[in-house]
Design a binder for this molecule. Sequence first.
Ligand code: PLP
Length: 392
Amino acid sequence: MSSPLLETYNRVNLTFTEGSGAWLKSSEGNYYLDMGSGIAVNSLGHANLELTKALTEQAQKLWHTSNLYQIPSQIELATKLVDSTFAEKVFFTNSGTESIECAIKMARKYQCEKGEFKKTDILTFEGSFHGRSMAAISATGSEKLTKGFSPLLPGFKSLPFENSDMLEKLSFEDVCAILIEPIQGEGGIRRASKGFLKKLREICDRTGALLIFDEVQSGVGRTGLFFAFEHAEVSPDIVAVAKGIGGGFPMGCCMSSAKIGESMAPGSHGSTFGGNPLACAVGISVLEKIFSSGFLASVSDKGLFFKNQLHDLVKKNPSVFGSVRGVGLMLGLKCIKENISIVRHAQNNKLLVVPGGDNVIRLLPPLNITYDEIEEAIRRLTKSASDATGDE
Ligand SMILES: *Cc1c(COP(=O)(O)O)cnc(C)c1O
């Protein structure tokens, strides 16, 4: 049957009608344990009571006015972000791609305002994913995303991941910024080492390039710290955020230091929807939870518990899984069997996991998942592994 939708996704034949916490109910009345959270989006689970209350209360008052007027909840949300992170300036967007666009524009503008007119190149890394706009696919540079969309935007160079020697040999005369995910999400939960991130900071300090972290997937508590880069004790100049910050409501933001933010004067950038009252009401509610006492520590603890069980799972199923990756509740299982087939077996066992690059399956549960649910996920993964062992 032909669909009225662009066929840009290979959707599985599964429809969900409602959800609660880490559980989704299908149109056939089955309950699925959701270890994907809509790709790291439903950070506080489905139908979260506080978020629902924040959204519906706001919906009864005011939905949208535009950025022509004052939006106090934007300032409240931005203040929460600024008070708890490296950043001093925040721009609100509606998606990860838009946050990346803002980050790239801001980096270029900053160099231009400084009179560094040659500094326009953005360096990125193999296996990265930064979104689907022309700039974002040009940044990623992989054939899979760019084929058929030429001409790509100039000024982007993709480098090998984790190769410091190669970076040392480059001239940085024309380099505006380095853009990197501290943990690649789509690329298969590939974590940049502390040493590599420190090296990038050092090169940027030496050459005047800016360091941009794409924390669209890894940020907002997912790894047990607010940002994944905090594990490496490296401070960026600009960070792109989205996915988890809206808990399911489409929103994102781009954050920077004051000196970089100040290069963006009135008229230099904008968004009709960005930071509207509905989004901000939800964002504030998400951050209240994430920043509440003990919450991030609980994400770390659950992440460790989950990771230990996954190590066992790998040991017991060496023909199916190769290794465990990631930190906090941003975990991956490198597969020996084809990852897509394991995703399918998991689905048959009413467990939702997300495939990633490098033959990995991603486990990105809601951050408030319970220990019992983690154990249930392990039981379903164990069953899925034994089902996969039966294939040949
Ligand atoms: C999902 C993702 C994006 C793109 O976000 P959209 O909201 O789909 O535009 C960019 N960067 C990373 C690291 C992502 O995981």
